[in-house]
Design a protein around this ligand. Structure first.
Ligand code: G3P
Length: 217
């Protein structure tokens, strides 16, 4: 399973990249706004800054919701860097736009996916990635990880090539469970990635080793 970081914060992207286990970055308009980025030029520059840190796929989301607008905006985003993946919402014109980008050799990430039916449509349009938002599914008292399992089963049976990118990850256990049920990618906040490191027995064991190592000097 690949690890993407789900943020537009350059320091966090750099920290995750320095770990050596980062396979990509996802952003969305909310994450960009959180960094205080304003205006088209600043947005495009920020995506370029991210691409300069990470030599791997970087999802950049369109704001337009009509086919022509999404294609124009997506073309401009894709021109920033070879690693840009055009992120497109799961709406009717979005499916048309994904098909257009697929036919024109531009990678896409179909976002705001909450059902297996939506994931089938994204795959039919040729999306490179499909992004089910599992934390938000959990928020509605449904099982987000089970949605990943269902999509994974369907894609395997049908031979769809679209990669399942589990998004809206809220904790480290989400990452482990997504790995269990066949997610191709997990896009995570930095805290959830670093949370995978934690185990009290590791801390206790290391303290003991370091204590005993004093006797070796
Ligand atoms: O990857 C999508 C993510 O950024 C949304 O997360 O926590 O707002 O549901 P959240």
């Amino acid at each position: 399973m690949k690890f993407f970081i789900d943020t537009a914060n350059l320091a966090q992207i750099k920290e995750a990249n320095d770990l050596g286990i980062l396979d990509g970055v996802t952003t969305n308009p909310s994450l960009m706004a959180k960094e205080g980025i304003k205006g088209t030029e600043a947005v495009l520059k920020h995506y370029k800054d991210i691409c300069d840190i990470v030599n791997a796929p970087v999802s950049a989301e369109v704001i337009a919701t009509d086919f022509d607008g999404m294609v124009a905006e997506g073309k401009a985003l894709a021109a920033i860097d070879k690693n840009i993946v055009v992120k497109i919402p799961m709406i009717k014109d979005g499916i048309k736009a994904i098909k257009w980008f697929t036919d024109n050799g531009i990678a896409t990430n179909c976002t705001l996916v909450f059902s297996a039916g939506q994931a089938i449509l994204a795959a039919k349009a040729g999306a490179t990635y499909v992004s089910p938002f599992i934390g938000r599914v959990d928020d509605g008292n449904w099982d987000g990880v089970d949605l990943i399992r269902q999509i994974s089963d369907i894609y395997t049976i049908q031979g769809f090539q679209t990669q399942i990118l589990a998004a809206s990850i809220r904790n480290s256990l989400h990452i482990v469970r997504c790995a269990e049920v066949g997610a191709d990618v997990c896009t995570c906040p930095l805290d959830s990635i670093l949370g995978l490191l934690k185990h009290p027995l590791t801390d206790i064991g290391l303290a003991k080793f370091l204590e005993d190592a004093k006797g070796l000097k």
